[in-house]
Design a protein around this ligand. Structure first.
Ligand code: SAH
Length: 233
């Protein structure tokens, strides 16, 4: 069974977007995953197809209505659907490669994209939505975040990446940032490829890469090192 994504959005035209090209696009055409973009507005009941209203308690902006969203979610994800229900949200748990791997190993995902100030808390609670953030910044809507999440998941699906090994050596997969890369030409504007990489000595190369990974991680992301080696202190 292939990975199935249902995205609830006010802008279904944004999908598959960037995911229709390159690796993800080929995998989509090849049926390795499927994507359905559902227009939330179709689940409004009034003449103006209203999906939002003013915030209770006052303040700026608009809030997406719980009743409209619940109908959209129930349509996309009827009872018995094993797929997790995700809400893209800056208040969510930051997305990690570990969560991406879990999602890729599962049946798919139902993804709700917020707009305006966000969504009524009651639909988050009532439908058990898992809030996921893609970083500590604010987007204008959940759609780019959903595209980011799906891109990260789809490339891990079996048969998507040409060289499956490369997925396991990347940044975060072992709790470290990846070592630097080099390719021909041997000399670029007076800069040489590090000697060890053209030595042909695979043991030395592996040791150099590991050392560079650790150096870069310590320099740029000491938080990752602390999490990766809780016993090393
Ligand atoms: N008022 C909200 C921000 C709303 S931004 C707040 O201060 O928390 C509008 C929508 O964009 C959100 O509902 C969410 O779906 C999406 N969004 C914005 N930033 C995001 C992020 N960093 N990660 C995931 N989704 C995000």
């Amino acid at each position: 069974m292939s990975f199935s994504a249902s995205v609830l959005t006010l802008y279904p035209e944004m999908f598959p977007g960037a995911l229709g090209l390159s690796l993800a696009g080929r995998a989509l055409e090849g049926g390795i995953w499927s994507l359905e973009a559902i227009q939330i507005r179709d689940f409004a009941t009034d003449r103006h197809r209203t999906v939002d209203d003013t915030p209770a308690g006052g303040g700026a902006g608009m809030v997406m209505r719980a009743d409209v969203l619940a109908r959209a979610i129930d349509h996309a994800s009827p009872e018995g659907d094993a797929r997790p229900r995700l809400l893209m949200s800056p208040r969510g748990k930051p997305l990690t490669q570990a969560r991406v791997r879990e999602l890729a190993a599962g049946p798919g995902a139902v993804i709700l994209c917020g707009r305006f100030e966000g969504v009524d808390q009651r639909v988050i609670d009532a439908r058990g939505l898992e809030e996921i953030s893609i970083g500590d910044f604010i987007l204008s809507g959940g759609e780019p975040a959903a595209l980011v999440l799906l891109d990260a998941v789809v490339r891990l699906l079996p048969g998507v990446m040409g060289n499956a090994v490369s997925g396991e050596e990347e940044s975060f997969e072992n709790g470290l940032l990846e070592h630097p890369h080099y390719t021909r030409p041997q000399e670029f504007e007076g800069r040489e490829i590090p000697e060890v990489l053209i030595s042909g000595n695979h043991k030395k190369i592996a040791a150099w890469r590991r050392a560079e990974s650790e150096r870069l991680t310590a320099e740029r992301r000491p938080d990752l090192l602390a999490a990766a080696q809780p016993l090393a202190k």
